[in-house]
Design a protein around this ligand. Sequence first.
Ligand code: TRP
Length: 359
Amino acid sequence: MLRDVGTTLGELTKSQLRNLCRVVGIDADEPVRLLGGVLGAADSRPLSEPPLWPSDVADDATPIEFSVQFDDNGARHLRILAETLPAHPGPAANLRAARNLIDDLADRYDLSLDRLRAVQDLFSGTDPQGKFSWWFSFIFDADGTPKFKMYFNPEVSGAEAAPALVAEAFERLGMADAYRTVSKYALQRGELDRLSFFALDLDHSRQSRVKLYIGHHAAQADDVEFAASAVPGIDPAQVREFCSLLAGDTPVFRGRPLISSYSFVEGDQDKPSNYSLYMPIRDYVRDDAVARERLQRHLRQHRISPALLDEVIAAVTDRELAANAGLLAHVSLRLSPNRTGTTVYVSSEAYGGTHRQAR
Ligand code: TRP
């Protein structure tokens, strides 16, 4: 990888992104431009300097993370998750930078901002708490056209306020029942089930989603299988198989939590349109070589070419996979009544990757 003295965060991550665009077969110009914009003040920072801000997007404080979504029907999407950073970061300054970036993007793209405007004050504490306030996701389809998604921190006004805040957000979006549905299936374990993210698609389509993510601490496969049963017409047993294939025989997930998400679209509140399970695989494998092997078995079962995974890995790193865990940060399985998809979250490791723990 290109990492000479003086290499900047922008140079490294843009070269990774160009490679990923080649693997997925899309033109890199627009993705690279968007990446530069969202990196903000971190773009030109030499990697020899410490991270500008301890971003929770990735374990090593890199403020972006790549992911590749493989649909069982053959579609591929490249995505970037990012926290935008101002020159003088801090909780309030980062939130301001995110709001400014939305305004910039809205000047250049046809964004649907009604839902965002309806709930943004809820997720904009004057003294933002927690690990972040707003994150961005750019999703590129086959011709490189971006779609935009925002993630909000339900704990921005403190952990105790999160449930009421999320309930109010759904209410304002005309989806009051959605929160009741989620509570019944995914918030039954007291403090062990925590609201992680509230997210909105910013496109005009009727399929534009409102999503809620729940982190299940110290959970078992049974818990997430039950969480999946909120969605009619899918097979929750697939969630259990996914857990056992990717995490071996982990009886209780005591590392980073399993995460559930539910998507709601207009007019569809008591029945979420899909369920996804996010497995923080890095905490349940010895190293990335093991993660790769397990993931390849999963991909084969879903008739997705395992060679594609190797191309994705080679696009971002040339390190020995057995040297650490965390390049493959999460793997998610999305289940909807007529489609299944797998998403692989790949770390840039710009700042050295996941800190190696004694295993
Ligand atoms: N780094 C955080 C975590 O691991 C947030 C995050 C980044 C995340 N990408 C993700 C969470 C993908 C779930 C899925 O929790």
